[in-house]
Write a new protein. Structure first.
Length: 296
């Protein structure tokens, strides 16, 4: 009974947080404090689907508890891309590196043209949360790996006691609670190797600055499948790599854009959150023009 009251209070506070930030730009504190009082699993509605709340990683849910995506522009962008791909008559495989609690996996599971979902997430609590959410929505064509992803198949020190939303290999290096966790390359993952070459692919990478290493470890697959590639590039990422680093890995056949707040693309890289890389000879290059998603 007390937990139900706390959860309702957290939802009310989340609405307050959302509207105050939207109107004033100010981020009020305290939502995490309320959420961390929740100790029992819950199932809530999220965009007409079911979302499993795993209390062990409750801080990862944030505004999701009131049905609001924490990366709205990415969600809308993916929706436009998926609707646009229908006419091509091809299946799509979605690879989510740093899948957290599985919000984007859940979103993509709703499309009939999705063939398979593959997630990678070092937090076992988030892996369990995402897996349970997909099962609750009767989606079975997925596999989520409890691994780090990089340019080598090695064991790396990683701390699972950090907040999964902002945890990274870099932060874990100086954490006394870090333990060895297996890091794998996308190119050496059996599930990815077995995906049909006829399918289209979308890749989302959110690994707090480790994005170049992930791309290096999957470069063979990326050059073969020419996926739409979305990667995080914000004030945290910029401490560890530049867009020139990404460009040098991908090559001249790729173009990088900023993903704007209105879910369109441009070259204004001074203020970014996510960027999008597109192979100039891929289906996506033509599709984005057809969908009028460039704001250049």
């Amino acid at each position: 009974m007390i937990e139900d009251f706390l959860f309702v209070s957290a939802k009310i506070y989340a609405f307050a947080y959302y509207f105050i930030k939207k109107i004033t730009g100010y981020r009020i504190r305290g939502l995490g404090f309320l959420l961390r009082r929740i100790k029992s699993p819950k199932i809530i509605k999220f965009n007409d689907k079911k979302l499993f709340i795993n209390p062990s990683v409750i801080s990862s849910y944030g505004l999701n508890i009131i049905g609001i995506s924490q990366e709205k522009e990415t969600q809308v962008f993916l929706d436009k891309i998926m609707h646009g791909l229908v006419k091509y008559g091809k299946k799509v495989d979605f690879i989510d590196v740093g899948s957290n609690i599985g919000i984007f996996l859940l979103q993509m599971s709703g499309y009939k043209i999705i063939n398979y979902l593959i997630g990678f997430e070092p937090s076992i609590g988030c892996v369990k949360a995402a897996s349970q959410t997909l099962k609750l929505n009767n989606f079975s064509s997925f596999k989520i790996f409890n691994n780090l992803v990089g340019s080598q198949n090695i064991d790396m020190f990683y701390s699972n006691d950090l907040d999964p939303q902002s945890a990274s290999i870099y932060k874990s290096k100086n954490n006394k609670n870090s333990k060895l966790l297996k890091q794998i390359k996308l190119d050496d993952n059996m599930y990815i190797e077995n995906l049909s070459k006829e399918n289209l692919a979308l890749i989302l990478i959110d690994v707090e600055g480790f994005e170049p290493e992930v791309i290096k470890g999957g470069i063979k697959m990326i050059q073969e499948k020419k996926p739409l590639l979305i990667f995080e590039y914000n004030k945290v990422s910029k401490k560890y790599f530049s867009l020139d680093d990404i460009h040098s890995i991908l090559g001249n056949e790729w173009q990088i854009y900023r993903l704007r707040k209105d879910s369109k693309l441009d070259f204004e890289f001074n203020k970014t959150w996510n960027c999008v890389a597109i192979n100039k000879h891929s289906i996506y290059s033509d599709l984005l023009k057809e969908l009028n998603l460039f704001k250049l």
